[in-house]
Design a protein around this ligand. Sequence first.
Ligand SMILES: [Zn+2]
Length: 286
Amino acid sequence: MAQVANASQRLHMTCLIDTHAHLDASEFDADRTSVHQRARAAGVVNCVIPAVEAANFDTVRALAHAQRDAYALGIHPLYTPQATAADLAQLDDALRTHRADPHLVAVGEIGLDGFVPKLNTPDALAKQQLFYTAQLKLAQQHQLPVILHVRRSADLLLKSLRDTPVVGSITHAFNGSLQQAQAFIALGFKLGFGGALTYDRALQLRRLATELPLSAIVLETDAPDIPPHWLYTTAEQRAAGQPQGRNEPAELARIAQVLADLRGISIEALAQATCANAREALPRLQ
Ligand SMILES: [Zn+2]
């Protein structure tokens, strides 16, 4: 009972939205319910669970419903090598079938990855681009925002967005230049920040997260990935058999505190603003 009271007290204090959490990942198979409970106890009122391929559309939808979270449907750039035209047709179908589902908040995770070498051969890059633009068009047709994966690909992503504009959306795990950030903001995007800014050495990212207008920022964990520094396991520790730390939505409270401190504002002010921003970018988020 004491624990429940404590959790609800904190819920009144802060409203945090994790705009990017892969809660369907196998890393959570053993304790998904506890992960969910810890998130709510930490003030995380909603998580957005993005799909990565047609094969997990049903899984993320069922999970979002079961946990009263939100979901997005899309084909992630890392999954484009094995994706086919039938997957795009399936996405179109699913967006139509579930258009009245209030838990469906965006098309995602889509985008371009300019980092993974095997995805950046001319053929693989062309395929990434094809799936990205096709999914932008689907988002446009179904009048949904998008959740973008950006990794050394901001300029290419922006170029397609100018040809195929979508309604205000989110660029997740943003780590580009100030100029690129401003270009996304000019197109009505919010930028997602998470565990990466908890590292003292992430100077450029920290400066960006501090100097950008608060109205442009949303919070995310990218769980189970991008562990904050307090969960990070070094290469030496991993060589000695310690696994990499697993990130989870409950960590968002401490991540938010780091950003609030960097910006010199209270956690309540940051939480309130970033929640409003998330709901502006993803209007179906309740
Ligand atoms: Zn992701």
